[in-house]
Design a protein around this ligand. Structure first.
Ligand code: 13P
Length: 284
């Protein structure tokens, strides 16, 4: 199927208490793992690229392998640019065929965040590209964005309403206590804040920092309004661990295709598990 944007998939998910998995890909092999996992689970899925990954490969090769894999697939697939501060890169992705983008101006003062996010919505909407925008500061490292624990702050509910009224994002990422990367301790999720923001804004919420959250935390966040769940670090670990584990078990064999295949299967298994947990299996 041709790529689609996030609108229909998120509104169906939000209305039916499940969430779409958004998985950060690294290369062709990990993209293939996301697509085949979604097919096996018969689930809609979001292929997500960090700005760094787009800069590393270039937009053209990524869009070509994503279109090729999605074109021969029967499940709805969106291609989304994750946390991006750079309007030129956002523009390039929109023009190259990404169906969704995230503007992350959350480190800017509130009014500037609104202005920049609105600018991206104005750029994206005529091209039928959906937009995710962020408010508050999500702790951890994602791409080149580093937020220290002492700098992290949750989204303010009154600001969240004003932000969504003025920006009209298709998906909203308020900081609610989750973190990018590996959790050091038990995360303190602000469930009441999440519920208040989801109810008052009526915009599908993106749950960032998915790697390492407990199953019941995912389920509760989804029941309170998270319709998109981001998973990145898990794929980075599977990418490297899958490679190393195969080589350790067959250390005299130098067959790169077998190593790549082992990596693919490790990635795919973890993605299917998450898709099932998020309740999107069978919803394609
Ligand atoms: P993790 O790396 O913690 O899975 O977070 C992913 C994310 O939120 C990407 O924006």
């Amino acid at each position: 199927m041709p790529l689609e944007n996030m609108k229909a998939m998120l509104s169906k998910a939000a209305g039916d208490d499940y969430a779409i998995g958004a998985f950060n890909i690294l290369d062709y092999n990990s993209t293939k793992a996301v697509v085949q996992a979604a097919e096996e689970a018969n689930a809609p899925v979001i292929i997500q690229t960090s700005a760094k990954t787009v800069i590393f490969w270039g937009a053209a090769p990524i869009i070509s392998w994503v279109r090729e894999l999605a074109g021969s697939s029967s499940v709805p697939i969106a291609l989304h640019l994750d946390h991006c501060k750079d309007l030129d890169l956002i523009k390039e992705c929109i023009e190259s065929g990404w169906t969704s983008v995230m503007i992350d101006a959350s480190s800017k003062p509130f009014e500037e965040n609104i202005a920049l996010s609105r600018q991206v919505v104005q750029m994206a909407r005529p091209k039928d590209v959906t937009v995710e925008a962020e408010l508050g500061a999500i702790v951890g490292v994602e791409d080149d964005i580093h937020v220290k624990e002492q700098e992290a702050h949750l989204a303010d509910p009154e600001q969240a309403i004003k932000f969504c009224v003025e920006v009209k994002p298709d998906c909203f990422a308020p900081a609610i206590g989750t973190a990018h990367g590996v959790y050091k301790g038990e995360p303190k999720i602000a469930y009441e804040l999440l519920e208040e923001i989801a109810t008052k804004t009526a915009v599908p919420i993106a749950l960032h920092g998915g790697t390492g959250l407990a199953d019941d935390v995912f389920k509760k966040c989804i029941s309170l309004g998270c319709a998109k769940v981001n998973i990145s670090t898990q794929l980075k670990y599977a990418f490297i661990d899958g490679f190393i584990a195969y080589h350790k078990a067959h250390n005299t064999e130098y067959n790169p295709l077998k190593v790549i295949d082992a990596q693919f299967h490790q990635l795919k298994a973890g993605i299917i598990e998450k898709i099932k947990l998020f309740g999107s299996a069978g919803k394609a």
